[in-house]
Design a protein around this ligand. Structure first.
Ligand code: NOJ
Length: 541
């Protein structure tokens, strides 16, 4: 496989609303991001995935776009955006835009026109159906709860929205829609961006009359067309958000010979804590053996054709250390352990803002503190049904999307240095101890574990291209894997528990670790007692 820049970089995800406010209106903005580029350069990342910054009424915090060619007022101006692209490029950091084209906002001019008249050319940009027996055309559900169909009084028809009613789905069957999207993508490519993260891209081939939402029959045809008409001739990173991808589907997207995408985000590991067949809110304890098998499956299935993305969390998921580690007494150890495990796998790693500080979930006591539309919809639907408030708040504290969206914790001053105004979402009270300033001043901090791993990847092709192999003869909740490349071998070992665990890997004997979350140095692998959440990596001699 031809080598690409995006195989070697580490990507950092910014949720702009929560990253850095520069004008003290309580909302993060582009100038704020620019002011923090030196911090990101220090961390060593090579690209930023920027969650949406386009004009939006913010029903779903920017994932409802009303103008793809303009910047959200609260975030700044197009010239700020150009400055961001420029300043980032100067530091060797490329900007990956969030491409949200499964749907627009209902305040997008296309939808406003579509609603005005059935004869408008824009009507067919969206998906309209007549009522059946006086109600919804079928039983398709919105990902945010309730029906996926919204009734429009004026025309007497329903339109499709797989997310909120303020996010009507675009009709990808219409070639004009596809051309509009490609034009818009080229507008951004011409501005010098580094690629696209593609929001719920697996849904663009939907066939609502056949009850198909994801992985529709024309999906790959559309992606190939998009590739050919936009980024195909540019050296860009493209990553599709695909909740329903299996390994075979992942190969369709990321096999370079098929000319589709660089890679996808698949979510199998992140959903292992869910009770089968139930919504995301119903959870069970982490099954480490299951996690090892899922990670291993994805490492091996894309070995020859295709490419993996590597991530623990994002703006829709709980904080990594809260979900997979221990956000109490072993917060630092377990956050470093998660970094070591992920960053030495094969694929492109993604760091979600604050993960490099070990930021944690943030508990609320009442729904009035919750901003996230998904959590709020679930809460009010369930309250109607009589589910106790305490149970619902527990669910939100465990899985709600605001956990990842509380403001970035820069220092110990008011509002964690995020804003001098009133933050749009509460700051996690632990910012006095968990913040970037404290991390930067402590050479043993989580930040420097990330930095070291990111630098190591840059300098060592074995991390980027080496083969992967899981080591079996260890306790179920200890994860050991090997990477092999041109006669070299790496061994990575991680204890996923808050207890001691013994491993006996006789054939490796005494080795020296190059990174560890306890003390680095000589380790006797033939008889080693791992401390709680202990993790290390070795260049096997
Ligand atoms: C996936 C995004 O990551 C999420 O934040 C958003 O709500 C939905 N897609 C709808 O755009």
């Amino acid at each position: 496989m031809e080598r690409k820049w995006w195989q070697k970089v580490t990507v950092y995800q910014i949720y702009p609303r929560s990253f850095q406010d520069s004008n003290n209106d309580g909302i993060g903005d582009l100038k704020g991001i620019i002011s923090r580029l030196d911090y990101l350069e220090k961390l060593g990342i090579g690209a930023i995935w920027l969650s949406p910054v386009y004009s939006s009424p913010n029903d779903d915090n920017g994932y409802d776009i009303s103008d793809y060619r303009n910047i959200m007022k609260e975030f700044g101006t197009m010239s700020d955006m150009e400055e961001l692209i420029d300043e980032a490029n100067k530091r060797g950091i490329r900007i990956v835009m969030d491409l949200v084209v499964n749907h627009t906002s209902d305040e997008h001019s296309w939808f406003i026109e579509a609603k005005k008249s059935k004869d408008s050319k824009y009507r067919d940009y969206y998906i309209w159906r007549d009522p059946i027996d006086g109600s919804e055309p079928n039983s398709l559900k919105s990902c945010f709860g309730g029906s996926a169909w919204q009734y429009d009084e004026q025309s007497g028809q329903y339109y499709l929205h797989f997310f909120s009613p303020k996010q009507p789905d675009l009709n990808w069957e219409n070639p004009e829609v596809r051309e509009e999207v490609y034009d818009m993508m080229n507008f951004w490519i011409d501005k010098g961006i580094g690629g696209f993260r593609m929001d719920v891209i697996e849904m663009i081939g939907k066939q609502p009359d056949k009850m198909i939402s994801s992985n529709g029959p024309k999906l790959h045809e559309y992606i190939k067309e998009m590739n050919q008409k936009t980024f195909g001739n540019h050296d860009l990173l493209t990553v599709g958000e695909t909740w329903g991808a299996t390994p075979d589907i992942a190969k369709l997207y990321s096999d370079p010979e098929r000319n589709e995408l660089s890679m996808i985000f698949q979510f199998e590991a992140t959903t292992l804590d869910q009770i089968d067949g139930k919504p995301k809110w119903f959870t069970k304890p982490l099954d480490v053996l299951g996690l090892k098998h899922v990670l291993s499956k994805w490492q091996t299935c894309l070995e020859d054709r295709g490419w993996n993305s590597l991530f623990w969390n994002n703006h829709d998921l709980p904080r990594a250390v809260s979900q997979y580690g221990d956000d109490g007494i072993y917060r630092i150890e377990s956050a470093k352990m998660l970094a070591i495990v992920l960053h030495l796998l094969k694929g492109t790693p993604y760091v979600y803002q604050g993960e490099e500080l070990g930021m944690t979930n943030c508990k609320v006591e009442d729904i009035s503190e919750v901003d996230d539309i998904e959590s709020r919809n679930m809460y009010f639907e369930e309250i109607e049904k009589g589910t106790p408030k305490e149970e619902l708040i527990n669910r939100i504290n465990r899985k709600g999307r605001d956990n990842a969206r509380t403001p970035m914790q820069w220092d110990g001053t008011e509002n964690a240095g995020f804003t001098k105004g009133t933050p749009w979402l509460h700051v996690n009270a632990n910012y006095h101890t968990i913040n970037a300033k404290a991390c930067l001043e402590d050479e043993n901090s989580i930040f420097y574990t990330y930095k070291k791993l990111i630098d190591y990847r840059k300098k060592n092709d074995i991390v980027v291209y080496g083969d992967y192999e899981m080591v079996d003869d260890v306790p179920d909740d200890v994860f050991v894997y090997l990477r092999k490349y041109r006669g070299q071998m790496l061994l990575v070992c991680a204890n996923f528990t808050n207890e001691f665990r013994r491993i006996n890997l006789d054939k490796f004997g005494r080795q020296t670790s190059f990174i560890s979350n306890y003390d680095e140095g000589v380790i006797d692998l033939s008889s080693k007692v791992l401390k709680p959440y202990e993790a290390f990596a070795i260049e096997v001699k």
